[in-house]
Design a protein around this ligand. Structure first.
Ligand SMILES: [Zn+2]
Length: 602
């Protein structure tokens, strides 16, 4: 290796290490690791429990099996669920999830009765108080207090290892200690007193308890496991108001009236639901001065940052309503997918509006459900939201899915292209327009914020070349917002404030530096060598090949004599021909890309 090559190699290495550091600072550790040369980290998968290991304890046989399993366990993980308590409310515990090494038991306090109830409750009480069994939990204080009012012989939980060691929730603890897993908390505030429990609730309940055992192992391995202690229930501050029989707040009657004038919508008894019906959740949301019901598939997490973008309202002004009864006319956990008040509007995700199956949600009261016969019926009362699946919450998510012509590679191979990736779509801020033209020429779908086609020529601005487009400053922010919703990776110059959604802040200050940097970030370095082009002027991808005769009077005389083919952009109308100018530009782009590629290899 010559001294020059060594220099080039060192420079290239230093540069890519810098870029990796920059990506980490922007919150994209996976993309950074790809540049570092490390193996690509695997995206976290949802933590789930095999359904065959999850048992509902609601009858004598299940109670006996539960009793035998927990009686011999050296450690159990415990979590409890109840209907969410509002101010002044104290709902009874509806479910206790107990995980052993091989099973997850869901003790159903609502449905279990008679001798089976006694068996199950005794087994749970004994396990909680046994000196032979340690109890793994996360924030156990509230669980213990709730349990003390249903377990008659329960005094205190002994040998408790409470894994809540900071103000972080369970999902955050899983992210930190079990980074290969993701814990979905979407069902956390669903109605745990309703029966039957939905499959999503059962899966959530089982996972929430079962994850505690591997979490303890991981914390032990990291030297962060808390020690055992005993936990007694706190003295109760309010009288027992049993959650199983909530007061009728009149919402069901209002829902009946609304449904009566809504075609394709009906109220049916909970035990007479269509078998193929899909459950939906309606969330009461306040966005600025607007009151909205956001209807989404049950169990799907709703990103409020995305929702704020979709509603074009600043994030700080969008929140889940804490005034459900006053503002929406129904208790928080029983919001139906129809508006009970005239000043409330309904929005829904496109997947639900396209559903061919019936959709059901709460009817505002127990024992009944609101059912839409299909998505089209819901569409009569709900406006469409953008597709949340297109939105990337983080730069890493966007870069994982980007999948350029030459996806980010390392010595260990190409990075997996995420399912449903829309790939190779970016939007550059208006100040990066010169860099955008370079990216278009190598085939990247590269929109520029605020850029529009100029409609008419003026004496000083003929409709030709780059003057065919111009940037409307007032359109820039709207375009950046739309780009985030459509899943375009947004790239801004460092001088500008961060854009919404997944956003890369480019460090280079000249168009060539910016282009070179984005080739690495987007994994497009290989695309420069392949012939593939969009219109550099307008980002169009609609080429018309023309013979010389067709462009007489338009193409310069000298060119007409030499060129055999011309290309017209079907979007902006610009005429192109192969020749010195195009070749020069591509040669420059290739030169930029190859210098780097060669020096990286050497
Ligand atoms: Zn064009």
């Amino acid at each position: 290796m010559t001294a020059l090559a060594v220099m080039a190699s060192l420079l290239a290495t230093t540069k890519s290490l810098d870029l990796a550091g920059h990506l980490r600072a922007l919150g994209a550790p996976r993309a950074a690791q790809r540049l570092d040369g490390g193996p690509p980290p695997v995206a976290p998968t949802p933590f789930t429990v095999d359904a065959s290991k999850v048992h509902l304890v609601a009858d004598a046989a299940a109670a006996a099996a539960f009793s035998a399993d927990v009686g011999s366990a050296s450690a159990i993980a415990l979590d409890c669920e109840w209907r969410p308590d509002g101010p002044g409310e104290d709902h009874a515990v509806a479910l206790a999830q107990v995980a052993t090494k091989s099973n997850v038991w869901l003790v159903d306090f609502v449905d279990i009765s008679g001798p089976a109830r006694i068996t199950a409750l005794d087994a749970l009480t004994n396990a909680l108080q046994s000196q032979h069994t340690s109890i793994v939990a996360f924030s156990i204080a509230a669980d213990v207090s709730k349990l003390s009012s249903v377990l008659p012989n329960f005094a205190q939980a002994t040998r408790v290892v409470d894994l809540a060691t900071s103000s972080d929730g369970l999902a955050a603890a899983v992210r930190r200690w079990l980074p290969m897993y993701h814990l979905d908390k979407a069902q956390q505030r669903s109605d745990w007193a309703l029966r039957p429990l939905s499959p999503a609730q059962v899966a959530y309940a089982a996972a929430d308890a079962a994850v505690l055992l591997p979490l303890l192992d991981a914390m032990r391995a990291g030297g962060a496991a808390p020690s055992e202690r005993d936990v007694a229930p706190a003295p109760r501050t309010s009288t027992d108001s049993d959650a199983a029989e909530p007061d009728d707040d009149g919402a069901l009657a209002v829902a009946r009236a609304v449904v009566a004038r809504t075609p394709g919508c009906s109220i049916v008894a909970a035990d007479a639901m269509p078998a193929d019906a899909v459950e939906v959740n309606a969330l009461a949301v306040e966005a600025g001065d607007r009151k909205l019901l956001v209807v989404a598939e049950a169990g799907k997490r709703l990103d409020l940052k995305w929702l704020a973008l979709a509603l074009d309202t600043p994030r700080r002004r969008v929140r889940l309503s804490s005034r459900c009864v006053e503002a929406f006319g129904v208790a928080p956990h029983r919001v139906p997918p129809i508006a009970l008040r005239d000043d409330v509007s309904v929005v829904a995700t496109p997947a639900l509006l396209a559903s061919t199956r019936p959709l059901w949600g709460s009817a505002g009261g127990d024992g009944y459900r609101v059912v839409f016969e299909d998505g089209a019926a819901l569409a009569r009362v709900a406006s469409p939201l953008p597709d949340p699946a297109l939105y990337y919450a983080t730069l890493d998510e966007a870069l994982d899915a980007y999948g350029g012509g030459n996806a980010p590679t390392t010595s260990s191979g190409a990075v997996r292209l995420a399912a449903g990736a829309t790939g190779r779509r970016v939007m550059l801020d208006a100040s990066l327009v010169a860099c955008a033209r370079r990216l278009r020429m190598i085939g990247v779908d590269c929109a520029v914020a605020g850029e529009v086609l100029r409609k008419e020529a003026t004496p000083r601005r003929p409709l030709d070349g780059c003057d065919r487009v111009h940037v409307i400053a007032s359109k820039v922010d709207t375009d950046l917002r739309r780009a985030a919703l459509e899943g375009r990776l947004v790239v801004v110059a460092s001088s500008r404030k961060r854009a919404p959604g997944a956003c890369y802040v480019v460090r280079g200050t000249t168009p060539d530096q910016q282009f070179d940097e984005l080739l690495d970030v987007l994994g497009e370095r290989g695309a420069v060598a392949t012939w593939g082009s969009r219109c550099g002027i307008c980002n169009g991808c609609d080429w018309h090949t023309l013979a010389p005769e067709a462009v007489v009077g338009e193409a310069p005389q000298g060119v007409l004599a030499d060129a055999t083919e011309f290309y017209r952009c079907g979007v902006c109308g610009q005429l192109f021909w192969p020749g010195a100018k195009y070749e020069d530009t591509m040669a420059t782009l290739r030169g930029l890309a190859l210098t780097k590629a060669v020096s990286s290899v050497s």
